[in-house]
Each structure stands twice: as C-alpha cells, then as structure tokens.
Design a protein around this ligand. Structure first.
Ligand SMILES: [Zn+2]
Length: 433
C-alpha cells in the first residue's frame, strides 16, 4: 500500500487526533505510580491494577475484549469478522511492557502499548477489518525489578515460566505466585497463557531507542533487525593482602591492580570490535581498606553483540587476558560464573514490511541492532517478530526526563498501521495460494 492509499483510508485528522491521544494516554498511565513522587510501577502493584483499569476502559471503548492472563498481562482483542471459526483463530499481536524501573520515564514500555492502541483506534475509526484478530498486550513485568527477574509477562506467553520462577520471592518474602494470586490472576491455569499452540501470525513491539543513533542520523524511527546476544560473567582475582606502607612493589600480589589492568583491556576489546559493547559495571575489592593491598577483587562483565560468533570470540580474548594478567602477577584469576543469551534475529518478512512502511511515510530506511533486551526477544520463540525503534531525546531512558516528540510518534504510528494493513493483505494472498 502506498502512502497515498493509506491517506485515502485514514484521514490525516484522524491520525493527528490519535497521536494526541497516545501522548495524553502515556501521561495518564504515568499518573499511576507506587510512589508519591515520580513514576515507579512494579509488577502486580496497586498502581498496576489502576493502570489496567484505565487500559481496560480504553479497550472496551472501541469494542475490544479485555482480559487479564495468568501472569498479569492485560490483553485487548479486536476480533476480525472475516474469520468464522472459533478454534485456532489467527492473531497478530502488538505490545510492550507496562511495568517500569524505579523513578522511570513515561515512554519506556508504555509508548509501545499506546502505539498499539493507536493502531487499533485508527482501524476502528476507519472501520478496517483485518484478516486476523488484533491483540494489544501490556506485558506485566519486563524490567525485572520486583523479583530481580525480567520478562515474566512474555515468558508466560511463550510457556517458559517455570514453577521455580513462580516460587521466587520479593524483598517482603511474597512469592511471585502469591503476588499473581492477589492480583486476581488464575496462576493455576498458567498453561492457558501460552501462545505455543495458538495461531500467532506475528508480533510487533515499538519501543523508544534508549540510545542516540536515530538522533545522530536525524531520523524519527528505525527498524530493529536483531537483538544483541549477551554474555555475563563474574570474574575473580585472588592475590595476597599486605601492608600498603611496607610491602615493596616487586613482591606484591595485588588483586585490585590486576582487575584494573583487565578492565582497561576489556574496554580496548570493545573499542576495537565493531558493534561490540564490553562493560565492567561492578567491582568489589576485599578487604576494601585504603592501607591494605587487595587480597581479592571481584568484577562483573557484560558483553553484547548482534553476532554470537563475534561475541564468543571477544569472550575468548577476555578469558586469555584474565589468564595472562594473573600469570604475570603470580596470582589466580578465574571466571566464577557465566551466563549466555543468544542473539535474536527479527523476522525478515515482517522487518521488510516495517521498512516499506518507513519508506511510504517518506523517511530513509534505517536498520539497527538493539543492545538492550526486550519482550520481542522472548516472543520471537513463538512468533515471527519485528521491532520498531522511536527516537528519544539524547538517548535518555529509565529517567523522568525520557522524551519522544509528537512528530516522531506520528511517524511510528503511520509506519505501524501501514505495515499492519500490508501484513493483513499478505495473509489473504497466502490463503488464496
Ligand atoms: Zn522497555
């Protein structure tokens, strides 16, 4: 569909009115906070319940069914009248998360849900019937603040939330299972939440970029082709404690100095490898006294790249560096624990539909890799998945000053509705073939 065709179906006035509504609704959701000051909305909290109440009203106002699933996701469904069967109805889902970090901004997560709502609003106003049911989802827990465990909502939808996960407790010793029960979720029927057996045609997540590449390129939106894989490792150097005023330098076994050397080497590996992010964000030196040489220093590494192969190569280099630094200082250096998440590729066809949408609104095609994890990464396990990034001012997120302009939100909305109508058309032609 060309932009001109989209204009014939959906009037500009409608689009602008919906953009206003999206911004107002992001503000409205931001008023539901667990704290008096600033925005903090955690998994299964009172403020989440209120946000769900409001979102449910918005769903019902345009004849969508609203339901809470077993893991606290709120889902609105716009049924297609073109599908007569009740069983295995094709579904396309658009969504993002409704939970926030502590002292958050109002766009991270919420904007993706409100853009999905905006698409549903436009289709409703223009009386456009798609070839599948459209579901808008507000995921319950993506940030992982309450249980130090992210992606609860999307993991529930892929059927990957385990009994062990549900037994995790928060700082008040309330288990995830208890929190869901108290929130009104049917945890017993958690299997019904999974979309593995459902006819899920695709999943689309829109999200603020949380970095500056769109701002630097002066573009409103970009299309994500992959979500970076990640290696996390806890590294430990063990040397020998000693008096800072008496042990000569050639006899020292300084674990902290070894760590410092490694940190700089990791930074250099990051700088020299295109697209690699290599970070040591945590350090603890023991005994941690200014006049004692450190006997033990612990570090935490975070390594990300869109290619698993390049990330693994970098990790091997870091492991060699740990060994070399430890040997040269006559101390021990080891990896205490490690965790790997593979990179997630977005679906080629859906990504192309988004890129066509970007072209149709007159913007340059821009593809990018997401360094941060998103629900889309989990949903890709059960559906063809695509992702749209929206420019955010100075790349700021997880902060009250997080901001996306009305103009950029309008571009995102046009791209999404344009792509979705074409995706619906392609489903029809698939059926004919
Ligand atoms: Zn987010």
């Amino acid at each position: 569909m060309l932009d001109s065709e989209l204009h014939q179906i959906i009037e500009d006035d409608h689009i602008l009115a919906v953009v206003d509504q999206i911004v107002e609704r992001c503000d409205s959701l931001a008023s539901f906070s667990d704290c008096d000051k600033g925005l903090t909305r955690l998994f299964c909290s009172e403020s989440m319940k209120k946000a769900h109440g409001r979102l449910g009203e918005w769903f019902r106002a345009i004849d969508m069914d609203s339901r809470l699933d077993a893991v606290g996701n709120l889902i609105g469904t716009r049924s297609s009248s073109q599908i007569t069967s009740e069983a295995n109805r094709p579904v396309f889902m658009i969504g993002s998360h409704l939970d926030t970090v502590i002292n958050a901004g109002r766009f991270d997560g919420a904007l993706g849900v409100m853009l999905g709502m905006g698409v549903a609003e436009l289709l409703h106003k223009a009386k456009i019937d798609l070839k599948f049911d459209l579901e808008i989802v507000g995921f319950s827990e993506e940030e992982g603040i309450r249980y130090s465990f992210p992606f609860v909502g999307s993991l529930g939808m892929t059927g990957d939330l385990t009994a062990e996960d549900l037994n995790r407790t928060d700082q008040d010793s309330i288990s995830m299972r208890q929190a869901l029960d108290a929130f009104g979720c049917e945890v017993k029927s958690i299997e019904s939440t999974s979309y593995r057996q459902r006819n899920l045609v695709g999943f689309l997540e829109a999200h603020i970029e949380q970095a500056v590449s769109l701002q630097e390129d002066n573009l409103s939106v970009g299309v994500v082709t992959a979500i970076a894989g990640q290696t996390r490792a806890d590294i430990r150097f063990v040397g020998e404690a000693g008096h800072a005023g008496t042990v000569p330098h050639d006899r020292r076994k300084d674990a902290l100095a070894a760590a410092a050397e490694l940190i700089l080497e990791i930074e250099e590996i990051g700088q020299q490898t295109d697209g690699l992010f290599a970070t040591v964000g945590y350090i603890e030196a023991l005994p941690g006294i200014s006049n004692v040489i450190s006997a033990q220093t612990d570090l935490r590494l975070d390594l990300r790249h869109a290619s698993d192969e390049i990330r693994n190569e970098a990790y091997e280099k870091i492991k060699s560096a740990i060994k070399a630094i430890a040997e040269s200082r006559n101390i021990t250096g080891e990896i205490v624990s490690e965790q790997f998440n593979l990179a997630t590729q977005m679906d080629g066809q859906l990504t192309e539909q988004l890129l066509c949408g970007v072209e149709n609104v007159g913007q340059a095609r821009k593809t990018m890799v997401s360094g941060a994890g998103h629900d889309a990464m989990i949903m890709a396990r059960v559906a063809q998945t695509c992702m749209l990034f929206i420019r955010c001012t100075d790349g700021i997120s997880h902060h009250p000053s997080e901001f996306a302009t009305r103009e950029d939100i309008e571009v995102a909305l046009r791209v999404m509705v344009d792509a979705l109508i074409r995706i619906s058309d392609s489903v029809e032609s698939d059926l004919k073939n």
